[in-house]
Design a protein around this ligand. Sequence first.
Ligand code: NDP
Length: 328
Amino acid sequence: MTNFRAFVTEKIGDKEYTQSIATKTINDLPEGDVLVKVAYSSLNYKDALSALGKPGVTKNYPHTPGIDASGVVVSSKDDNFKEGDEVIVTSYDLGMNTWGGYSEYIQVPAGWVVPMPKGLTVKTAMEVGTAGLTAAMSIYKLTNQVKPEDGDILVTGATGGVGSYAVAMLSKMGYSVVAVSGKEEKIPYLKGIGASNVVSRDQFLEGNQRPLLKPLYAGAIDTVGGDYLATAIKATLPLGVVTCCGNAASFDLPLNVFPFILRGVSLIGIDSQNFPYEERVKVWNNIATSWLPETGDITEEVTLDGLLEKINQIIRGGISGRVLVKVG
Ligand code: NDP
């Protein structure tokens, strides 16, 4: 019987949670069609909530978090996959209430598994991970309607995982990107990954109480919600598109109908977890063939042993870019 390592969060008493690296066997894994030997995972905000026992992601403990995984198929009950295939597993229930990617092995339904697209590796796919995939899904929806010649695209929460990939991918695709960030010291980083201009959070929100603002942006990718999303929508040019995927600032949306009925602005919600499988494969292929930016500046790497420190850091908003987790 193969022994392997997995990050486990346990609930102690009513409210306390502890984290450790435990030794597990394949028999401990949940039932599933495809057994995958995990090579890499990544760290997303949701992983930190799950790993620390914060509400909203995981109900039952002990639990192994990790909403992202890449690796090699060990065995499969589904004919679409065979031993040795490189695969990506993200979204659905992985790492939420199903044993996740912070583990040397996972076992999952075949419908959660995406074949590794040509052009990506187990490592680069996890540099992208759910954060980069969410940025790419937002870009996929936005660029259906907004072209580079239409004007600037705004990205909020720009130094975050989703924001960094949105800035870098849009810039690679020829869009001019205005980044909103609360980290003044990260202006060189944001310009380095492709932002043509960086606006501070305060500057962006200044005078934002008016029902409509001067239209400045052809589109926006919002990752933080609240006043930032409302301001982005109010400052979008006629027929522009705004996508919404996150609530790092707030889940609220203090807005009126004018941007929609007087400017024809569209607001598109992005739910990476339930994004349709065919479109998910298409987006991964877009990333692999032409959208993938240079990630040297965006990504830092840790092992399972160094993960807890990074989990505590991302909860405090202290991470820029992406954390790649080397598992196997
Ligand atoms: P990160 O924690 O990496 O980044 C979030 C960024 O938001 C921060 O780096 C910061 O950027 C900004 N921010 C943080 N707190 C505030 C605040 N109080 N006010 C304004 N800005 C703030 O998270 P991710 O990029 O991984 O995820 C972003 C959001 O998207 C999260 O809410 C996450 O849950 C959500 N998400 C949703 C998905 C979906 O399918 N809908 C999938 C993946 C993520 P800066 O300092 O540059 O301003």
